[in-house]
Design a protein around this ligand. Structure first.
Ligand SMILES: CC(C)(COP(=O)(O)OP(=O)(O)OC[C@H]1O[C@@H](n2cnc3c(N)ncnc32)[C@H](O)[C@@H]1OP(=O)(O)O)[C@@H](O)C(=O)NCCC(=O)NCCS
Length: 235
């Protein structure tokens, strides 16, 4: 996907002063994105934290591959510290297509516990069948959203969602979608006009033996599927 690349700072935007946003993230920043994700997302995202499988800064082959694949789709957004140009947040975005192959075979080959997260999201996607529900063949998906904890609570996630939506709309998509595994990201999407259409409560999501799979810490109690019509229609 190719489109004009642009950066813009947030002068006069209160808490966002000193943050520059880059859209889309160029492929040459892939390693910087991976570095950010390994130090931030992999150890702070509620489900990865509950599984406790990754140490700070460590690679994780399945997550790393998903991150790189998504950056290469060319429609992600980065938040940068304007002084240092360091990545402090990302929205990693991609396109879901009705023609996409079934992921089950790929997931069956995964060995790590991370598979449990991909499985829950894949089953939820199949169950909801958003293509049929909304009469579209393609959906703009905000897949992974992450902000460095030293910059949290400034509205960076909210701005990343806003800018991702603007990009999705500009690229001609009718629907934006996110699977939000944490309470704070759900807030950031809802503030941007997303509507919750499905929720999986972690306390009720159990394995065959009846054990809760994701023992998350409060306030992270559920995964929510959120959607937004880019043309302003109802969900
Ligand atoms: C979720 C995450 C991206 C939020 O980033 P952020 O830039 O701090 O979010 P924002 O500043 O836009 O805040 C969004 C909302 O969450 C609240 N929030 C964010 N961090 C918070 C914290 N540590 N404690 C309490 N509230 C918090 C904000 O107050 C805001 O709520 P409001 O609109 O009612 O004021 C960030 O915490 C993160 O990277 N978490 C780990 C990865 C993750 O869980 N990603 C989402 C998985 S789908």
């Amino acid at each position: 996907m190719s489109q004009e690349q642009y950066s813009s700072s947030c002068k006069g935007k209160g808490k966002l002063e000193g943050i520059t946003f880059q859209t889309p993230i160029p492929e040459c920043r892939c390693n910087e994105v991976l570095d950010h994700m390994r130090k931030s997302f992999y150890v702070n995202e509620p489900l990865l934290t509950a599984l406790d499988v990754i140490k700070v800064g460590e690679p994780q082959p399945e997550m790393d591959a998903y991150v790189v694949e998504t950056v290469k789709e060319g429609c992600s957004v980065a938040a940068l510290d304007s002084k240092t140009d360091k990545i402090v947040g990302v929205a990693l975005n991609g396109v879901m297509r009705s023609s996409d192959p079934d992921l089950k075979e790929k997931l069956d080959k995964m060995n790590s516990k991370v598979k449990l997260i991909f499985e829950m999201i894949n089953n939820s996607n199949k169950h909801l069948d958003l293509f049929c529900r909304y009469g579209v063949d393609e959906i703009f998906e905000i897949r992974l959203i992450s902000v460095d904890s030293t910059y949290s609570g400034k509205g960076i996630a909210r701005e990343l969602v806003l800018r991702s939506d603007n990009l999705g709309r500009k690229l001609g998509f009718k629907l934006g979608k996110a699977d939000c595994t944490g309470f704070f990201s759900q807030k950031a999407f809802i503030k941007n006009g997303y509507e919750k259409i499905h929720e999986i409560k972690y306390a009720c999501y159990k394995d065959k033996q009846g054990n809760v799979i994701f023992k998350t810490k409060p306030p992270h109690e559920s995964m929510a599927v959120l959607v937004k019509h880019y043309d302003g229609g109802d969900c």
